[in-house]
Design a protein around this ligand. Structure first.
Ligand code: MG
Length: 337
């Protein structure tokens, strides 16, 4: 009997079929000297510093979308969360939940994309797990990744560290991932050239960290978008923020689709962008450091922190008005990541 071309319950049973899947597919793409030991736990050495650890489960629907797939997204999302605290991401663990009947070719495409993302981000998968559930008990596949990074001694970044006067920057256009997933899921067949921005941000962040000792906060505006992430920072730091709508970069294709569908790109997820809050003296340096990296070429200064109404985020609109930018309420778009 040849190799099955779909995932069977056997693949998760820990026997021969599991071993074939692990050796023939996972180890083939993700293998390294640590993973290849296949012992009960990975054992690694760490450089000096504090650990930054983040975990996330990925359930994005559809699993393949313009600009990436659930595998590359599962690497980028976790690498980015470790990065936002100043952690240099080093290792990932990966857990798969597979639905019986998933084409093995689809799984291989996902794992190959993970391998490419891991390589680009300069991290290693050091532990993994696979479970298979019956048809209808999951939707194709879900992936959990945990990221482990080390924060170099002396570096302190966090959402609680913004102060009145600090300047707010973003590394590029807002809403690309959210609108792309929505269009792909609904099969909107739009002519607009939409693509997810899914990318590992550790290289981009490293440039700003080195250039700006006055860097306070990094955050990736994922679920809930820019508006929600800024509200979280404002609340955590006890500052208010005033943004300039015209300064927020939005891709014309994204803006067009959002207008058509009645969506606000400031509330849509990004998977390859960061918010950067920096001492006012270093705002220009931060902008230049971001723009010097391919992922930050359209970076912009979008606003400033104040101390008048702690926790509030205001937007000076292009039309000359002023509106409050609240947190996202409800979930307009489930399974976005
Ligand atoms: Mg995050």
């Amino acid at each position: 009997m040849g190799k099955p071309d779909t995932i069977l319950l056997d693949h998760g049973a820990g026997g021969k079929a599991s071993a074939e899947l692990v050796g023939g597919l996972f180890a083939k793409h993700l293998g390294n000297e640590v993973l290849d030991q296949m012992d009960d736990a990975a054992v690694v050495d760490l450089p000096p510093g504090r650990l930054a650890v983040s975990t996330d489960s990925f359930t994005v629907d559809p699993i393949f979308f313009p600009g990436g797939n659930i595998g590359s997204l599962a690497v980028h999302g976790t690498v980015n969360d470790v990065t936002m605290r100043g952690g240099r991401p080093l290792f990932l663990t990966v857990g798969f939940v597979l639905e019986e009947g998933l084409p093995v070719a689809d799984l291989e495409r996902v794992v190959a994309a993970m391998a490419e993302a891991v390589q680009e981000a300069g991290v290693k998968v050091i532990a993994g797990d696979t479970k298979v559930v019956g048809r209808g008990q999951a939707d194709k596949l879900f992936i959990n990744t945990t990221g482990i990074g080390v924060i170099p001694p002396g570096l302190e970044l966090g959402a609680h560290l913004a102060r009145p006067g600090d300047v707010v920057l973003v590394s590029g256009s807002m809403g690309d991932h959210g609108v792309t997933i929505m269009a792909a899921r609904e099969g909107l067949g739009l002519e607009a050239p939409l693509s997810s921005d899914s990318a590992a941000l550790n290289g981009l962040a490293a440039g700003v960290i080195v250039a700006c000792p006055g860097l306070k906060t990094l955050r990736d505006p994922t679920r809930g978008g820019l508006a929600t992430a800024l509200n979280e920072i404002a609340a955590s730091s006890g500052v208010d923020m005033e943004l300039d709508e015209a300064a927020v970069p939005i891709d014309p294709a994204v803006a067009g689709v959002c207008e058509l569908l009645g969506l606000d790109p400031l509330y849509l997820a990004n998977e390859g962008k960061l918010i950067c809050i920096v001492d006012p003296d270093q705002a220009q340096t931060a902008l230049e450091a971001l723009r010097a990296h391919p992922l930050g070429h359209s970076a912009a200064i979008i606003g400033r922190c104040g101390g008048t109404k702690p926790g509030k985020v205001w937007m000076n609109t292009s039309a000359g008005g002023r509106r409050i930018l609240d947190m996202l309420s409800g979930e307009p778009l489930p399974r976005i990541c």
